[in-house]
Design a protein around this ligand. Structure first.
Ligand SMILES: *[C@@H]1O[C@H](CO)[C@@H](O)[C@H](O)[C@H]1NC(C)=O
Ligand SMILES: *[C@@H]1O[C@H](CO)[C@@H](O)[C@H](O)[C@H]1NC(C)=O
Ligand SMILES: *[C@@H]1O[C@H](CO)[C@@H](O)[C@H](O)[C@H]1NC(C)=O
Length: 251
């Protein structure tokens, strides 16, 4: 039996899964079930095929259809696609229902999902829903389950500027996208909401300070991340877990 590399890495998920990942079969969420039923369909299809595809053809990558509500990219295909997993950070002036949470930034690890986007876009679309219930690995450079994706960079705010830093190590220098918001739409009603809802889908355009050929970054397939409507009973600063897919366009 020959399997394409991505399917192999999906099939060997337990190797990279956190110790508690499969502790309780009854914790197997609907999201994880959907994901693995797709994976097993692919595996049986690949088993029957005499020439399993092991390529990673980025010209096949497309933004999810729902992103058509955002400004369309000028470039036809993205440079990279990443699974983001981290927190959205907020502050509250006081703990009453009279004030509303203020977004002060986000911090997330970016995992390289480019080949998954090229070959299995329907799996990629489901991934943030699962990633949301998986903690970041304690070893910063470990791969992230359930698709064993490798770290490719970090997302954080420099002051008020959303930054995507893909200069990971001395040898992995993939540039920096400094951005500003250029469009937003509410997440689809099917998004995994977490406690208070999924953060909007975004188009971010690059600004001065960008290193490399990046022109725009799309945040799509969001899961959770939104704050409560008001600050009632909330601390002065708090974090909400989130996950999303990021598409990096450029030329
Ligand atoms: C496409 O290019 C035009 C002209 O440079 C620019 O105004 C527009 O913002 C670009 N759109 C996107 C989504 O990057
Ligand atoms: C946001 O929260 C993260 C924890 O996920 C923390 O490490 C970071 O310092 C916070 N950033 C800000 C600006 O509050
Ligand atoms: C992402 O993975 C692809 C395929 O393995 C690789 O060509 C590319 O360099 C990686 N990108 C980053 C930023 O690590």
């Amino acid at each position: 039996m020959r399997l394409a590399p991505i399917l192999l890495s999906l099939a060997t998920v337990s190797l990279a899964a956190p110790a508690n990942f499969f502790d309780n079969a009854y914790d197997f969420s609907d999201e994880l079930s959907d994901f693995y039923s797709k994976v097993s369909q692919y595996i049986s299809r690949v088993r029957k095929s005499s020439t399993p595809s092991a390529t990673c053809d980025i010209s096949k990558i497309k933004l999810p259809a729902f992103a058509s509500g955002l400004p369309a990219p000028n470039e036809t295909v993205p440079i990279y696609v990443a699974l983001g997993r981290g927190t959205q950070n907020y502050t509250c002036a006081d703990s009453t229902s009279a004030s509303t949470p203020k977004a002060i930034g986000a911090v997330a690890n970016l995992y390289n999902a480019t080949c998954l986007a090229a070959n299995y876009p329907d799996l990629l679309e489901l991934l943030p829903n699962i990633a949301l219930s998986i903690s970041l690995p304690t070893n910063e450079y470990a791969t992230f389950p359930p698709a064993n994706l490798g770290l490719m960079g970090h997302h954080f705010f420099t002051g008020t500027i959303p930054e995507f830093n893909l200069d990971l190590t001395a040898t992995k220098q993939f540039g920096i996208a400094m951005t500003k918001k250029g469009g937003q739409i509410n997440a689809p009603t099917t998004a995994v909401k977490g406690e208070y809802g999924a953060v909007p889908w975004l188009y971010l355009s690059t600004i001065d300070g960008t290193v490399g050929k990046y022109k725009g970054v799309y945040r799509v397939d969001t899961a959770s991340g939104s704050p409560p409507d008001t600050c009632e009973k909330m601390p002065s600063s708090f974090q909400i877990q989130y996950s999303a897919n990021y598409y990096f366009f450029g030329n």
